[in-house]
Design a protein around this ligand. Structure first.
Ligand SMILES: *Cc1c(COP(=O)(O)O)cnc(C)c1O
Length: 380
């Protein structure tokens, strides 16, 4: 079905086609060509910390981190249940046992005050997911990880170009993960990156990314031939996709500014409905600078959400929700989790509604969404 106002629409800056053409003409179509290195350099300069390795997706970037953390069967990894499946799969694939932590009411990020009660001798990693591009409380999370000798892997898939106390998300843990999937702020269809913030791990990261070979060292002339030296997989993104990504990254601030405008429109126009008690709007803690990845509202009960989605649909506007909590999914149940174990996660997942959000959404369209939401509540 075609919507007048879809939920997401990939936004193109205008330079993508030119860069893709250059990439095709370069005759270097596989990974680690000119455009991959230009993206990596641009991000490294922008973030001012860490080494960037582009990958085929955020999912594969998480898998690389799981290998880098040397996860062994039985190791425990603490992560939210309120997240995308890739956050947990990456660690389960290495034999880890996921330990789900409930979320905060304000940011919907992991509740850092619950972490210490979940840490055991087997805890290897904590994976803060920066939901909607708003940072977790990294100050507290890093303190706890330091105290207990646990590695932090930031799932910043939604957090590219967002900050916490002046630091970019993805640069504070030992490793960070970005996604450039079509639905993210800066995209190339499918793509991702690992941020390696501890240089001691850079060489191994390069090897894992290159199918467990030391090809990278070979191409730098550091070894005379390349061979199998470790485990690994195929994590390089095709250079033509990196060409699309470069066009997006060169326009990061323009894209962010467009999204901010939509976010502010939603925030201002829906404020009166929040004041009347119909919904809750997103909260941004003062130490966080968001990237305006998402705009969501939290309704008072699940039925109102169902009715509002239907109302918007009749006006050809698509609003969607996520996530089915990981702990109540079939896989979560198999792992021994039950409904009722993470009350805030369950409460939010039944009441959250995400509004259309993409850089190409006009202010007029965002206003139309708000007007329809107001009309819905006026008719209640
Ligand atoms: C999008 C996303 C991922 C996965 O990224 P892909 O590039 O789609 O593989 C992982 N974690 C979170 C929180 C995400 O939003």
């Amino acid at each position: 079905m075609q919507y007048k106002i879809p939920f997401n629409k990939p936004y193109l800056t205008g330079d993508e086609l030119d860069f893709v053409g250059k990439s095709l003409n370069s005759q270097h179509l596989c990974g680690d060509g000119e455009f991959t290195s230009r993206c990596q350099q641009l991000l490294e300069e922008k973030l001012g910390a860490g080494k960037i390795l582009l990958t085929t997706s955020g999912t594969s970037a998480l898998e690389m981190c799981s290998v880098l953390c040397e996860i062994e069967p039985g190791d425990e990894v603490i992560l939210p249940s309120y997240t995308f499946v890739s956050t947990v799969n990456a660690f389960i694939l290495r034999g880890a046992k996921p330990v789900f932590v409930d979320i905060r009411n304000d940011t919907l990020n992991m509740d850092e005050t619950l972490l210490e009660s979940l840490i055991t001798e087997r805890t290897k990693c904590i994976v803060p997911v920066h939901y909607a591009g708003i940072s977790c409380d990294m100050g507290k999370i890093l303190d706890i990880s330091c105290k207990h000798g646990v590695t932090v892997v930031e799932d910043a898939a939604q957090g590219v170009n967002a900050k916490y106390r002046e630091k970019y998300l993805g640069t504070m843990g030992k490793f960070g993960v970005f996604s450039f999937h079509e639905t993210k702020n800066f995209m190339c269809g499918e793509g991702g990156a690992v941020v390696v913030n501890d240089s001691a791990y850079l060489e191994r990261a390069e090897i894992i990314r290159e199918k467990g070979t030391n090809r990278k060292q070979f191409s730098r002339g550091e070894v005379s031939r390349y061979t199998w030296v470790d485990i690994g997989s195929s994590y390089l993104i095709a250079d033509a996709l990196a060409a699309i990504l470069l066009a997006q990254l060169m326009n990061m601030e323009q894209i962010t500014a467009k999204r901010k405008k939509i976010y502010d429109t939603y925030q201002n126009a829906l404020k009166p409905l929040e004041e009347k008690g119909y919904m809750k709007l997103p909260v941004v803690p003062p130490e966080c600078e968001p990237n305006y990845h998402m705009f969501y509202i939290i309704l008072n009960d699940p039925q109102v959400r169902t009715d509002l989605i239907k109302h918007l649909q009749t006006k050809s506007i698509l609003a969607v929700f996520h996530y089915i909590p990981l702990h109540t999914s079939p896989m979560g149940t198999e792992l021994g989790y039950r409904e009722g174990m993470l009350p805030r996660t369950e409460y939010i997942s039944e009441r959250i509604l995400r509004l259309p959000m993409y850089a190409g959404l006009s202010n007029l369209e965002a206003m139309e969404v708000c007007n329809e939401i107001s009309r819905f509540f006026a008719e209640q």
